[in-house]
Structures are given as C-alpha cells and as structure tokens.
Design a binder for this molecule. Sequence first.
Ligand code: SR1
Length: 328
Amino acid sequence: GSDAEIPAAVDQPLKIAAIMEFSTGTFASQYVSGLEAQVEKFGGEVQIYNANNDLSQMANHLQTAINQGVDGILIDHGRAEALNQGVEEALEKGIPVVTFDNDITAEGVTAISQDDYSLAWGTLKQLAQDIDGEGNIVYVWAGGFTPLERRNVIYEAFLEHYPNIEEVARFGSVSNNTALDSQNQMEAVLKKYPEEGSIDAVFAPYDEFAKGVTRAIQQAGRDEIKVYGIDLSDEDLQIMQAENSPWVTTAATDPAEVAGVQVRFLYQKIAGEETPSIYALDPSVVNVSDLPDEPVTMADVGQHIEGWGSPNVARSPWMDALEAKNAQ
Ligand code: SR1
C-alpha cells in the first residue's frame, strides 16, 4: 500500500542506465517508453544507450555506465559473450543488473523474458491448425539474437511434430530496416513460387519481419498466404485489422509492461530485496478473429484478449508509496 515504508536506498532520485542492442522498430520504442514511464514514476532518471546492433559498442556502453557509477543497469538484448565481463565488473562494484532477452546467466543477475518458447508455440500451433497440419511454409529468421534463437528451438520441434508441413523457403536479417528488407526478400520468394497454393503460410517471429512480409503479400495480390507473427504494437494492430490482411495471428506481451517489470526488479535489488534469477512474462495469442471490427489499440487489447497483461509482477508494497510521493 501507499503507507508502506520506502527503503532508504530507493527513496532518492536514482540514475539508471539502459544498455540496448538496438532501438529500431515499434517493439523497442514501446519498451523504451515503458522504461521511462516506470523510472520516472519512481523519481529516477534513465539514460538510454543504443548500440545500433553493434555488440562491441554495447560492451563499451556498459563500461561507460559502470564508470559513471550508476545505481542500476538494465540490459536489453545483446549476447553473454560480449557482456559477461562488464556484468561481472558491475556486480563486483555493487551495481545491480537486470537483463531482458539476453543469455547471461551470472549469479546475482535477474534475467527476464517474454517466454519465447510459449510465444513461438502459441502462434505456430494456430498456423498448424489453420492449415490442418499440411502445407508449405516460409520461415523468416536471423541467428544471434537470444529471443530468436529460443523461438527457433520451438520452430524445429514444430517441424518434427508436423511432418506434413514443409519449409519451402527461409530468409531473414535484422538491420536498421528490417521490415523493408523482409519485404524485398519475400517479394523474391513470391516470384519463385508464383502459383496460387504453392505457399500456405509464413512464420515471421518478429513484428518487423511480419510487417514486411505482409506488405509483400498484399502488393503481389497473394492474400491467400497467411502470416503468423510475434509481437504487437498500435501499428501492428492496424496492419492486422486491415480488411483481408494476410497477418492473422500474433503472440505477444505488452513491451511497455516488460520494461516495467524489468525496472521494478532492478529497484527491488537496489532496495536489497530478494529477486528471482529468472522470470518469464506470460504471453497471449492474438487472432484477428478475436478482435472486434473497430480499430483496437494497445491500450484496449486487454478488453478483447483474455489473460493479456501482467501489471502487478515484481511490485513491492513500498512501490505504491514511492510512486505516490513522486507524483506530488
Ligand atoms: C531481433 S530480436 C526481436 C525480438 O526482440 C523482442 O523480444 C521482440 O519480441 C522481438 O520480436
């Protein structure tokens, strides 16, 4: 409640560093807004470091944050091999670390995820059922990103589980222009498979992939091919809800909530509370057919999708008091 005693360690304007691998795309922008909103409610300040997909730059940013003596570090994406050393140094200096979408397993770090296994299975199970366990699919994927590596584990299990579903093409890259790159690559695949019925569905497990693929399918007039994605944003909802949109299903959590959970675990650590080593948010499957005809935004997805959202995860009683104090 709002009369709980606020631990002294968090009852001051804290300096938080967010070390991000990239900040392009609607997932990242919602995530950043979520970080800023939660830190601000706690009366702190968050500095965002964006490495533009460069892992060594990310390691440099981590070092800079440590040298500046920040009160806590949030890591978004990136790989353990590039960041382990910096994380060890931060922990030695008493700076707590909470990661998202990273494969670091250092003792003392809390690692959160969107439960990528569930995300992938949720959307793939829908795909399999929609094509009745048989058909040709296209896979969009790029290695080296922890969430995509985890989703790929499930994709491989999916192919084994449904032997009559065949992958006929695969492509994918993550860049500053992922959606456009995916669109161009999907156009090439459509040219290679021009006959109607030669491709049934596309598994595009990142919304920037799904956006590009959807555009290519629409422009080629191949609306019979359905897209199964991951992630959700206002823009994604608009694309999915457009008439006859190929993008019919996605699995997602709310990126702003992911960020809120990550910040709250960090503040719990700074306050000296116990936090788990791992925590996975519960994603939901969103089928366009579950949504009303009217346009839906992220703010009202919860009215239509059961189980959407997890706003009270990692919330200590004193957080209400801290937020109330800083709202004054
Ligand atoms: C390139 S990795 C992209 C993914 O990161 C986040 O986990 C989002 O869900 C997105 O799909």
